[in-house]
Design a protein around this ligand. Structure first.
Ligand SMILES: [Zn+2]
Length: 314
């Protein structure tokens, strides 16, 4: 059987260049992403406007409010041409593995600081989009730590070099994965899992986890919970109930280690979101640009000082 992901009709770089090769094409596309029903003034709701200063600004005919195409979006205040942004979106959404800020810096011919901020803004879009997705059906759940690998002690609590995160995969009736979600949490206490479940699980889902006590807290959100006591140790990962969640944890860890020299723990949530976003849209390579763009035009600006802050958790 052909691999459905590998053999789907993709979106070639030639097609991309035909669609988004010029600044004017990108400008028109972003206008469509932002105002699919036509221009709307954020002040008065007016729909008639004129463009000022070589089309850099849109002015409402009714209240004269002015705004630029990129203000209020993730593209706000950028000095980069839209063609660079669009190419970065293309490269990042079509990549099989992670694409580092260093790689983007080389491929896009922009400075490293600019590529770092570009990459983190695009990952932020992915994170905001995937955070709005609720997993449902049968959901395999596992506790994971990033950093400080120690195979003898899976839980490895208390190490300052380890960042805890929840890995969750919904599987369909045939047992194949549908969506995955990986979110950094404070720790593996019932209160942490309760908060996580409220944000990321549909109340009608059926959670399968190992025997770690805190996972039972998903029932406070209405979910069913089956705990499978594995006895711990490396052998526990071979349990069929956890096949997909363990496979994906391995894949994501390997991909992150391969693509990134070092990941600052405070930015881990965005890196995890990057992998989840691509995995969750692995059958949609052809429509990635407009899907991503629609969300990007609705993601609030992220100035550098916000990008550098530690992520909110959950
Ligand atoms: Zn107006």
């Amino acid at each position: 059987m052909k691999n459905m992901v590998q053999f789907q009709k993709g979106y070639s770089i030639l097609e991309f260049m035909k669609d988004y090769g010029s600044e004017e094409q990108c400008r028109q596309t972003l206008f469509q992403w932002r105002w699919p029903q036509g221009y709307i003034c954020p002040e008065c709701g007016g729909t008639r406007y004129c463009t000022l200063k070589a089309r850099a600004l849109y002015q409402c005919n009714h209240c004269h409010h002015q705004q630029s195409l990129i203000s209020g979006t993730i593209f706000a205040a950028t000095k980069l041409p839209l063609t660079v942004w669009f190419l970065a979106i293309y490269l990042l959404t079509q990549a099989k593995t992670g694409l580092s800020a260093l790689a983007l810096h080389r491929q896009l011919g922009i400075g490293y600081n600019a590529s770092w901020s570009l990459k983190h803004k695009l990952m932020q879009v992915m994170k905001e989009r995937d955070d709005s997705l609720l997993l449902n059906g049968v959901v395999q759940l596992d506790d994971v730590y990033w950093g400080g690998e120690n195979h003898d002690d899976k839980r490895g609590r208390g190490s300052p070099n380890k960042t805890p995160f929840v890995a969750a995969i919904s599987v369909n009736d045939e047992g194949y994965p549908v969506y995955m979600n990986m979110n950094v949490i404070n720790g593996f206490r019932s209160s942490d899992i309760k908060r996580w479940a409220q944000k990321h699980l549909s109340p009608d889902s059926h959670v399968v986890s190992d025997g770690l006590a805190c996972f039972a807290a998903v029932t406070t959100h209405g979910c069913q919970h089956t705990s499978i006591v594995t006895g711990g140790g490396p052998a526990s990962v071979t349990h069929a109930e956890f096949t997909w969640v363990n496979t994906m944890i391995g894949n994501v860890k390997n991909a992150m280690t391969g693509a990134y020299h070092a990941i600052n723990h405070k930015h881990l949530p965005r890196y995890l979101a990057e992998f989840c976003y691509r995995f969750n849209r692995r059958f949609e390579l052809g429509s990635m640009m407009p899907r991503f763009g629609y969300v990007a035009a609705r993601t609030p600006p992220m100035p550098m000082r916000l990008l550098k802050l530690a992520e909110l958790q959950g």
